[in-house]
Design a protein around this ligand. Structure first.
Ligand SMILES: Cc1cc2nc3c(=O)[nH]c(=O)nc-3n(C[C@H](O)[C@H](O)[C@H](O)COP(=O)(O)OP(=O)(O)OC[C@H]3O[C@@H](n4cnc5c(N)ncnc54)[C@H](O)[C@@H]3O)c2cc1C
Length: 476
């Protein structure tokens, strides 16, 4: 039975590839150029298309892998090289919450040291609470280990660029080089045909690779050219980001997130006196927040964190009852609410908005192709997991490719790429589904749902083993 299933799966996969091959030939991203034998074009072992946070980290990880010592790797990035000549005193408004697992990956090839030498802020607690009731959940660790790190995206990019320079013998980086066409090898190799993926760049030059890794963001050209289906939708929300000055200096080691009916608002620590804002709200409200004067904007933030205008009396009573029962059953250690810091000022010109959406590729791999990062999955920022999921993809893919390289196997073969897909789809689909569910569950003021989530959140807060499991999952 198992054998029959695997034969069927193998047939299905071949058919899938043949259909995709036919589809890719119709795709506008495909160059007209036919594969016509190995030409003078350079053949790379791996080409990573897209040098954002995830693509650059992928190229770094491969460049530093011992089994890739004799391999040729190319990173293609449409934009310019991004290094920080000098760290500006003003913090960037684009920051990421980096999980301990992601920090471990960045450490494995030396990038975390650069980040530590520049700047980041560790946080040790996370308080998430509902604007429609008293319900809250507090994540913290008994031993006060770091739960995560808030790092400016520019600082991460700088660290990755430095570590790419350190392996410039193995990894070539082409900046301002956009891939405009991909041509796949045919399903049956002809004597005169090339077995590799051909890539055409914006300046019409071409190159070939045994494995193409698509790290080109949520509108991925690699994914489209490979004909991989993508489930996606736009949310009815945009995220407003900004750099905020707190009213007074604090320890500032807590990440705060409050679920308002219009969307979650989060305050992430940057320093004793500064925090970063990520406020997801309706498109119209986001546009209003970006254009209002600074004082009005600061008032709106403080009221979003402090106001009880959305509370309902009977939900508060029901919540208090459950809290009472929980205290009776579990007299010790149910985390109490802490008050978030108040905001005094916003950095001029730091307010920007980003439309939000969800996306998930039905397949992460095809023969000679793998997708990583936002090219494979796009997630609402409420869980602060987008780039962490991408870094998790890298750990898994590098593990499978390194084993293949060690065993002298073809890097583009499905035998190890499929292992990567299985590992990561399991993790990523669970996170995408949970994040989407949370977004929907908290977007309503309907009393039965508010009551359900109030009790759910209070119960989860009282169950330490469950909270520990959630923390362990999110810290990967
Ligand atoms: C408001 C907001 C807050 C967020 N906060 C967090 C957070 O706290 N924690 C977290 O983990 N995640 C967070 N995220 C998500 C995170 O920012 C993304 O998941 C991450 O940046 C995706 O990185 P990427 O490299 O996969 O894609 P991208 O950043 O989109 O990079 C793709 C790169 O590919 C290049 N490219 C595209 N096409 C081509 C081509 N044809 N040829 C060559 N190059 C090409 C582009 O120039 C770009 O540099 C947040 C997102 C938003 C919007």
């Amino acid at each position: 039975m198992v054998a029959r299933v695997s034969v069927m799966a193998a047939r299905l996969s071949r058919t899938r590839w043949a259909i995709a091959f036919a589809a890719t030939r119709r795709s506008p991203l495909i160059s007209c150029r036919r594969c016509s034998g190995v030409s003078a074009d350079t053949v790379y072992d791996v080409v990573v298309s897209g040098g954002g946070l995830v693509g650059a980290a992928m190229a770094c990880a491969l460049g530093h892998d011992i089994h890739f010592r004799d391999k040729k790797i190319l990173l293609l990035e449409a934009g310019p090289k991004r290094v920080l000549e000098k760290l500006s005193e003003t913090y960037s408004n684009r920051v990421s919450s980096i999980s301990p697992g992601s920090a471990t990956l960045l450490s494995s090839f030396g990038a975390w040291d650069h980040i530590c030498n520049m700047r980041y802020r560790a946080f040790r607690r996370m308080q998430v609470w509902d604007a429609c009731s008293e319900a809250l959940i507090m994540f913290d660790k008994d031993n006060l280990d770091d739960m995560g790190y808030i790092v400016e995206n520019d600082v991460i990019m700088h660290a990755l660029t430095k570590q790419l320079e350190a392996v410039s013998d193995q990894v070539t980086v082409l900046y301002r080089s956009k891939a405009v066409g991909y041509t796949w090898p045919g399903p049956f190799s002809m004597a005169d045909s090339s077995p590799w993926v051909h890539i055409t760049l914006g300046d019409s030059s071409t190159l070939q690779t045994k494995l193409l890794i698509g790290a080109d963001g949520y509108n991925s050209g690699v994914r489209q050219a490979a004909g991989i289906q993508n489930v996606s939708w736009n949310y009815d929300q945009s995220a407003v980001v900004a750099t905020l000055h707190l009213s007074e200096a604090t320890e500032n080691n807590v990440a705060w997130q409050r679920f308002l009916p219009s969307g979650p608002i989060a305050l992430l620590p940057l320093s004793d006196t500064l925090s970063s804002l990520v406020w997801s709200t309706s498109h119209d409200h986001a546009a209003e927040l970006v254009s209002m004067d600074e004082e009005e904007f600061v008032d709106a933030i403080n009221s979003a964190f402090w106001s009880d205008a959305n509370h309902m009396d009977f939900i508060d009573s029901a919540g208090t009852m459950l809290q009472y029962v929980v205290t009776l059953l579990k007299p010790t250690k149910v985390s109490a609410r802490q008050l978030p810091p108040s905001v005094a000022k916003v950095d001029a010109k730091s307010r920007v908005l980003f439309p939000l959406g969800l996306g998930h590729a039905a397949e992460y791999v095809r023969p000679r192709v793998a997708l990583i990062g936002d090219a494979a999955h796009r997630v609402h920022p409420l869980a602060g997991q987008g780039v962490n999921m991408g870094f998790g993809d890298i750990s898994s893919l590098v593990h499978h490719l390194s084993t293949a390289a060690f065993n002298g196997k073809d890097l583009g073969s499905m035998s190890h790429l499929a292992g990567y897909e299985t590992d990561r789809q399991r993790h990523n689909t669970a996170l995408l589904a949970a994040t989407d569910l949370l977004k929907r569950l908290y977007s309503t003021r309907a009393a039965p749902l508010v009551l359900l989530r109030t009790w759910g959140l209070q119960s989860t807060n009282a169950m330490s083993p469950l909270k520990e499991q959630i923390m362990a999952f999110a810290s990967k």
